[in-house]
Design a binder for this molecule. Structure first.
Ligand SMILES: [Zn+2]
Length: 207
């Protein structure tokens, strides 16, 4: 503002180079806008999932929407961002019993995330920021996820770079069959849909 105000009041006398440098200042301010950052995602891009939704249904949603991360909603409000692919990789491993997988499939996702040591798979949402704010302050902030608003309305999210891999690519379940590790779209009850073996892993299928 300090640069623009005197310039516009005396615009006719401004030299070409003064106008040019003013243009550069305005242009760089626009480029720093959060919405033009590759760490910005519009509201509809990332799913919001209620904490009472069962594990298998959560991952069916992610598979359908081609995402590996989501916002956990508590009492109808987004409260944390979850790295769903890392969470799944920690839970579904070789040697996990079929009865544990069966139990997991129907456990509400909010309850799964409350297990001791599972804090590392999600982060709380930081303060709400304006869309025209500078991204530098956000990349240096301690919070990793920010809600972005414009004209008082939520327009999307600014994600820390460590979460960018979760914004696309669906989770696919692998069975423990030693001959052929079938790929499963659905976690179901923890058993492969194509053979009698249990599920023993997950991979992220990129488009
Ligand atoms: Zn199989």
């Amino acid at each position: 503002m300090g640069v623009c105000a005197p310039l516009t009041s005396d615009l006719q006398n401004a030299t070409k180079s003064e106008l040019c440098s003013a243009f550069i200042i305005v242009r760089s301010a626009q480029m720093a806008n959060i919405k033009s950052s590759d760490q910005f995602f519009p509201e509809s891009h990332l799913p919001q999932i209620d904490d009472f939704m069962p594990f298998k249904q959560v991952y069916a949603t992610l598979h359908r929407e081609n995402r590996s991360g989501f916002f956990l909603r508590r009492a109808g409000q987004p409260s944390r961002y979850v790295n769903a692919i890392d969470l799944a990789g920690d839970l579904v491993k070789p040697k996990v019993t079929i009865s544990d997988l069966e139990e997991l499939s129907t456990t509400p996702i909010g309850q799964v995330l409350e297990k001791p040591g599972f804090d590392k798979f999600s982060v709380p949402i930081g303060m709400t920021v304006e869309a025209d704010a500078n991204t530098t302050s956000l990349t240096e902030a301690s919070a990793k996820i920010f809600r972005v608003q414009e004209f008082g309305r939520g327009v999307g999210w600014f994600l820390h770079s460590t979460f960018l891999n979760t914004t696309t690519g669906r989770p696919v379940w692998l069975c423990s069959n030693p001959h052929v590790q079938h790929e499963n779209a659905d976690f179901d009850s923890g058993r492969c849909s194509r053979c009698p073996y249990s599920l023993s892993g997950v991979k992220q299928q990129k488009p």
